[in-house]
Structures are given as C-alpha cells and as structure tokens.
Design a protein around this ligand. Sequence first.
Ligand code: SF4
Length: 438
Amino acid sequence: MDSLGLYVSIPFCRAKCTFCNFASDSFAPGRLPAYIETLTREIAHARHRATAIGAPLPELVTTLYLGGGTPSLLSADQVQTVFHLLKSHFTLAPDAEITLEAAPGQLADPTLEAFQHHGVNRLSFGVQSFIDRETAAIGRLHTAAQCLAELDRVRRAGIPNLCLDLIAGLPHQTEASWLHSLDQAIATGVPHLSVYLLELDEDSRLGREALSSGTRYGAAALPTDDDAAHFYELACARLETAGIPQYEISNFAHPGHHSRHNLKYWHREPYLGLGLDAHSMLLTPDGATLRFSNPDDLDRYAVEIAHREQESRGQGSGSPHTKLEPAAASSTHPIAPPPALTILSTRHTPTAACISAVDRLTDQAVLEETLFLGLRTNDGLSTADLARTFPASALAPLAPIFQEAERDGLLRRTNDRITLTPHGRLLSNEVFGRLLAS
Ligand code: SF4
C-alpha cells in the first residue's frame, strides 16, 4: 500500500458531553500550548519511530483527519504550527481529503481561514440533534439556530463538503423529534451524514446515572433500546429516500462524498494516529499488520513522546521490542474497530524506551478484522477476495456461521458479495460475535 491516512487528535473540548467516554475533556485551556508542543515533537519523530518498529511509513498522505476533541478550538497560530510540522514531515497529495471536526459556534473566523489556507476541504459538525432540549440535556453548548447559521457561514467561506453527526437515542428524544432532526439535516443539503446509536458507558456521566437511576443528566428520559433501534431504522429509510444512501453502519452520503479517510479504516489501509489516545494501523514490508495506540492520559502521553525522542537519539535504556508475549484485548476508540474485538496477536513488550506496546496481528486476527470491518460497509465482503487472501482451512469454519446468519435474516449473499441486511446492521455486534466465536 503506497499511501497513508493521518489522524491528528486535539482532545480539548469546551465542555464534556454527558455521554462521552473518550480521552478528550474540558482540560484547562492553559494545557493546550504544552499539548501542541508535545504533538509537534511526536510528528517530527513519527517517521523514525515507524521505521524502528518495522513499518516504514508510505510517503504520500492521501487523507488527513483532525479530530478529538474539538480541533476547531485551536488558534490560527496553533493551526499554523501543526500544519507546518505536518507538511515538513509528510507529503500531502494535491487532492488529499482534509477533514476538520468542529463544534457549532466554536470555530473562529481566523481559525477557519488558517485551516482553509492549509487545505482543509471538509468540515464535520457534531450537531447531534436539532432539538435544543436534547442538545442541552447532553451538555452541548449550541442551539439548532446556531448550527444552521454555522453551516451558512462555512459555505460562504467556500467549504461545501460538509458532514453532520446525529445521535439516535438521546434523552427526551421521541419519534417526532427524531424525524424533525432528520428532516432538518436533510434540508440543509449537506452531502454526508453520520447517524450513531447512543451507547451508554459506565465511564460517562450519563452511563453512570443510568446505572444508578439518577435524574441530573436526563437518564430517566432516555428512550428505550427498542425505540432507539426504531429511530435508527427510520433514519436508514428516510435518508435513502432523500438520496443520501447508507454506505456504512453509521454513515450516509451523496454519491462521491464518502469519507475517504474512514474508508481506510474499514478497508484496512494504513493510517497513523498522532496525539492523545490516537490509534494506528501500519503494514510491514512483509505484509504483517501492526496496531498500536498512544496513551490516553495527557501526562503519560508527554512522557511517552519524551521516551521516543530519547530512543531515536540512541539514548534509550535497553533494547526495545525484544520479547513477545500474548496481547491483551485492544482498547477502544470512536473510530477504531468495534469494542467487541479481541485482537489475536503477538505483542512487543513495552520497555523503558518504548512505553506503548505494538501488536503484530496473527493471520487469524487479520481474517477476523477483515470480516467485521468489511461487513460494516454496504459493499460487504467479496468471497473471491477472501479466497485469494486466506487459506481454505481458515475460511471453512465460517461457512456454517454465514449460513445460519443468512437463515436468521442477518446476512445476505448475492453473487460474490456477503453483506449485512438492514436488520443485521442493527444487530451487527451479534453477527460479529458469532463470527469471532467460530
Ligand atoms: S463527545 Fe466530542 S465534543 Fe463531546 S466531550 Fe466528547 S470529544 Fe468532546
């Protein structure tokens, strides 16, 4: 694979959403300059580090995604600093897709100009709902009117390639309010929509409240799971009718507006994550898959980058990457593989000079990833590609699982393709679980 995707995490938010369990937080703004400084040092050493772990980086970057967090909170000077380093150490393709995640009302004009100056050509807004009561309940700071005004502003500034995120299953959401949010999103004319089902996690305030039957964050006003699933199915149907067909479990787009960056995740193409809790997948020259991630704590992240610098200067203590042992389960990330995944791999044990482990996936793990990442997309899996890539002995145990899932209405087989049915997309974790159990 001769191109690379880059993900840059800016994990600073103005307020922490009640459902959020990401490493991002409303850190004191005074910590942002130090974070940018650490990030730029990581960027400067990224190529050396990838070579050191056996996966030299492809030269050409075809997609760049600035997420987090709320990277639209950067100042124009900080945007300049980050892009200067990125462009010093990577070659951005002239037609690279460069996406910025933004919170409505948190993208100052000079910052927008700086991002545009450096080639940002796609903006993704975390709207979540066009009902103010629902966004307020989850701790978002914007109103529906502000979202619409923001879309007008960035379009006038010359960025037509826009994406909106919506969440099904928010506190106070009803079928009527969900249809209003969907119709409002369609009416904006944006070419790309992401629709997520709210997942409660005990690491979020809303999740903890749901477990303890509290009332402060609206847990008592959550729709039932069945209602939330119904909202998701309504979205699939409504967006299809509106000419914004689904192309992945959570993503819908006009033809030609698919997220090229996210497709790299689902197609298992190499990407490098930079910044707090950023995940990476690289390929070695002999075709092995390496997965690794950065620490999810600001202080440990800074320590890790300092160690890597020492290592690249040849001052590390001991010889890293010498001992192999079984890996633990992979950690999760909003854009990483689903949490149900257990990576089968060998792991480079961290040493003082290399804090984060690097997992080298086994052939079985590569097969599992190929299955569940491929099935996330509406294109699904190609049986011919599977047969070309994996030995028959590895594929044989899957045949009865596929047949059973087909009988249960979760999978569909047409010619060369295996895809999830609409019902299967709703129960995708069940399908993935059956495949992994095989
Ligand atoms: S959901 Fe997004 S915007 Fe909200 S706190 Fe988490 S990272 Fe920040």
